[in-house]
Design a protein around this ligand. Structure first.
Ligand SMILES: NC(=O)c1ccc[n+]([C@@H]2O[C@H](COP(=O)([O-])OP(=O)(O)OC[C@H]3O[C@@H](n4cnc5c(N)ncnc54)[C@H](OP(=O)(O)O)[C@@H]3O)[C@@H](O)[C@H]2O)c1
Length: 298
């Protein structure tokens, strides 16, 4: 048995009823510690995040011995707030653009005040967007294996706002409006569709590789190898960006450009953070020459 100190990182994040110390049997797992804190604070265990002084995350189910907790060790406790199932968040965030593109594409007179024949560029963009988000919905249902069953409720609004406004309302409104851009010459028209298909299929392959690392129901993390992982830690982000770059060039729309920039910027920041985490987690075993997201660059 050891006596650990429980703290919150800042007075603002104070948790009422959080005991300052806790007697802990270190032969148990992180889940036991979370449950003890849950009992004392009356917060659901899914809301509780535990870290050590060096920011190491205490992963649920992991034996406590792994974290070498001693008498007076400090464990930081964070209340993540109300939680919601991650699949619900994903279904909602990707469902929005599907619905909005259907509206902008099929309700011309209500939105643009008249009906007109869509150009080949508009038709192809519609199918690309539909297929992209249908793929994301299907991956949510059948491919991804997230380690956390839930996310903070706020993510539902934050993530949905990103997709609903940037890839839904603004992209849909401007791409399907009358007199939008002229169609590209055939070699560019089909060349960019080809690039988009390559990016989507590659993104799907990388998602399959990552999902294959984790037995269903577990939280196992391994080093991914093969396909784009030879060059970067997050080829899934790279291919996702490449797909939106193809859409941006295809539509020549500032709305597509904005979504491409914001989405790629976000993924780049995430990839740098997660790349550093891979190196911390796997040390010398992690392939040295791998970049974070863009092969040979960053
Ligand atoms: N267009 C945009 O604005 C935009 C922005 C972001 C993402 N996206 C799309 O959404 C996709 C998913 O994004 P994400 O941030 O969730 O991707 P991610 O961090 O690569 O994770 C994808 C899935 O793989 C799991 N995973 C990751 N690394 C693993 C490892 N080493 N071992 C075992 N499992 C591992 C993750 O579980 P954990 O729960 O353990 O992380 C998660 O279930 C992206 O690939 C991209 O296509 C689009």
């Amino acid at each position: 048995m050891v006596t650990i100190n429980l703290r919150t990182k800042s007075p603002k994040a104070k948790i009422s009823r959080l005991p300052s110390t806790l007697e802990l049997d270190t032969s148990g797992t992180v889940k036991d510690l979370t449950q003890a804190i849950s009992k004392a604070t009356h917060l659901g265990p899914e809301r509780i995040r535990l870290t050590l002084i060096d920011n190491t995350l205490l992963v649920s189910g992991t034996p406590l011995e792994k974290y070498d907790l001693q008498d007076n060790s400090i464990v930081y406790v964070k209340d993540l707030g109300f939680q919601i199932g991650w699949q619900t968040v994903f279904y909602a965030e990707y469902g929005g653009p599907i619905l909005l593109h259907l509206i902008f594409y099929y309700c011309q007179s209500a939105i643009y005040g008249r009906t007109f024949e869509h150009t080949a560029t508009q038709k192809a963009t519609f199918y690309m967007v539909m297929l992209h988000f249908a793929k994301r919905e299907l991956e949510t249902a059948f491919v991804h294996r997230f380690s956390n069953g839930t996310m903070p409720l706020f993510n539902l609004f934050k993530n949905s706002a990103h997709y609903w406004f940037l890839s839904g309302v603004s992209l849909g409104y401007f791409v399907y409006k009358p007199n939008s851009v002229p169609d590209l010459p055939n070699y560019l028209f089909y060349g960019l569709i080809g690039l988009w298909i390559y990016a989507e299929v590659s993104n799907f392959i990388t998602h399959l590789i990552v999902a294959s690392l984790r037995p269903r129901g577990s939280r196992v993390r391994k080093i991914p190898f093969g396909y784009g992982f030879t060059y970067v830690s997050f080829p899934n982000y790279f291919f996702e960006s490449l797909g939106w770059l193809a859409v941006t060039l295809f539509t020549r729309s500032w709305a597509a450009l904005l979504f491409f920039i914001v989405g790629s910027g976000t993924m780049l920041v995430w990839s740098l953070k997660k790349h550093a985490q891979y190196k911390r987690e796997f040390g010398d075993k992690y392939p040295r020459n791998r970049k974070a997201m863009i092969p040979f660059v960053i």
